[in-house]
Write a protein that binds this ligand. Structure first.
Ligand code: TNX
Length: 493
């Protein structure tokens, strides 16, 4: 069986439409980045910052072109071009490179495409010889889904600001736009709350396996949010409740049904802890933590968990979720919850994250809520690639690189169609890894497949063709220091 020729150029995610032409544009030492509008200038600065180390060129970012723009990279906002949507762009390469978009987010997405059109050596952190050729042609691109996310579990093992920023860079390179931080769980509470200081004084001091844990100060979370925002990634903070709360109960015994603070927990069981839902002070706690975290995250969403509340009475669970939904709304956010929250009465503006129960997903849709799809068999990056893989869990089976790529959000669940789906999200639960090396092995290259599932139209997508494009990205990932899993399913370059 012969493979199809790699789709040229090997972009991930695959754009909506590519029209190659003959010849190439050369980015030269005197090239400028022209940001026609003030709003485009920051994208210009990020583009320059990406291109300067490998090229060694000055690449000044200028507002108005003084002379002809031939040879330049031009970033232009075209608010009237409705076909582009909020994140779409047109990229034209002739005697210059022009990226046009309705909004800065689109310019930024287009700049990531430009990066992939340049030789692999563009990923170098030190000057390397050119020529810096970009194939001529036109790309018209926009995302299929609005929500293209990655969840990182910083509760089971903690990952600091630098590590998270590095991950945001990788997300941005593949046009992902939601970073969901799972900030709290049985094993750790990872965000400082001014009105409940013991949450981090006590609740953040450990991790799975008994490690030292850690937490973000409010300034640190604000820094992550700002870093993400500049790259058009929204941070979705998750405060998991009413289950998965042992770290909170260990910090404040009065949050527990029996009023007694349990010992810290460092195992990997789930479903054993619950907030006391009949006590008024529990709702003061919820209101306080939601208010403080909502104030730190300018995005529209706040995730309240709601999964695996196996130690909570089912009727009390429903009442609780409805009450938390009102609290989240009072603090100006739309509630996101794991699929179990669809047992409660949801507002149409609430979002439900599917992970394994199709009936619960349908229940959300019946209530008019939208779904984010994180099917455990496809999008759980903590599942092993194969049974012998050293890291990861296996409760949802194994997930090959192909499995993570070869699915369609519109046909995944019976009774759930394209318009019910807000988007997709990969989930990286951290029970089985504690450092960057483990994170990289599980997340890459499977995250790239999820990015394409969320961005690219289903027509024209195929594993046979994708695996060749993915192969071409191996050297790029390596050049950026990503220790990805070199799965034998992919003919790596
Ligand atoms: C289930 S999926 C969980 C997490 C675990 C994960 C491990 C979900 C909403 N809850 O608590 O970390 O499985 O794969």
């Amino acid at each position: 069986m012969s493979d199809p020729a790699p789709a040229f150029p090997p972009l991930i995610p695959r754009p909506l439409a590519v029209a190659p032409e003959r010849g190439a544009f050369e980015l030269g030492p005197r090239a400028r980045i022209v940001a026609v509008d003030a709003e485009a200038a920051d994208v210009g600065r990020l583009l320059a910052r990406m291109l300067r180390p490998p090229t060694g060129y000055a690449l000044p970012v200028v507002a108005a072109p003084k002379a002809a723009v031939a040879g330049a990279v031009v970033l232009a906002l075209v608010p009237g071009d409705r076909a582009l949507g909020g994140e779409g762009y047109r990229l034209r390469v002739d005697d210059r490179i022009t990226i046009a978009a309705r909004r800065p987010a689109g310019l930024f997405r287009g700049a990531q495409t430009l990066r992939q059109l340049l030789p692999v050596t563009v990923e170098s952190t030190a000057p390397v010889p050119g020529p810096w050729l970009v194939p001529r042609g036109t790309i018209h691109d926009r995302p299929r889904f609005a929500w293209r996310g990655l969840m990182l579990d910083v509760a089971r093992h903690f990952f600091g600001v630098t590590e998270v920023e590095r991950l945001i860079d990788e997300m941005a390179a593949y046009k992902l736009n939601r970073l969901h931080l799972h900030l709290t769980d049985d094993q750790g509470w990872r965000i400082a709350i001014r009105s409940w200081p013991n949450l981090t004084r006590v609740g953040s001091g450990t991790a799975v396996g008994g490690g030292q844990g850690g937490h973000y100060t409010q300034r640190e979370l604000a820094r992550i949010v700002a870093y993400a925002r500049r790259r058009f990634v929204d941070v979705v903070p998750e405060l998991d409740m009413p289950g998965h709360v042992n770290a909170a109960l260990a910090s404040y015994g009065r949050l527990a049904a029996d009023g007694v603070a349990p010992a810290p927990y460092t195992g990997i069981d789930v479903g054993f802890s619950s907030l006391a839902l009949q006590r008024a002070s529990t709702y003061e706690f919820v209101d306080d933590v939601v208010r403080e975290v909502a104030a730190l995250t300018p995005g529209p969403y706040l995730h309240i968990g709601g999964d695996e509340a196996l130690s909570t009475d089912p009727d009390e669970y429903r009442v609780f979720v409805e009450r938390v939904q009102r609290i989240v709304r009072a603090h100006g956010k739309r509630m996101v919850g794991w699929e179990e929250t669809s047992r409660a009465r949801l507002r149409r503006s609430s979002v439900v994250q599917h992970w394994h129960d199709a009936a619960l997903a349908r229940r959300a849709v019946e209530q008019g809520a939208k779904l984010v799809l994180s099917p455990a068999t496809r999008a759980y990056l903590d599942m092993k690639y194969k049974p012998s893989f050293p890291l990861g869990l296996e409760w949802a089976g194994t997930t090959s690189v192909r499995d993570a790529y070869d699915w369609d959000p519109a046909t995944l669940l019976e009774g759930v169609g394209e318009h019910d789906v807000l988007g997709v999200e990969a989930a990286l639960w951290s029970e089985t890894f504690a450092d960057r090396a483990g994170l990289d092995l599980l997340a890459f290259p499977r995250l790239l497949g999820l990015a394409e599932v969320g961005w690219s139209p289903s027509a024209g997508r195929s594993w046979r063709e994708y695996r060749l494009r993915l192969a071409a990205h191996g050297p790029r990932l390596s050049a950026r220091g990503i220790g990805f899993h070199p799965s034998p399913e992919v003919p790596w370059a």
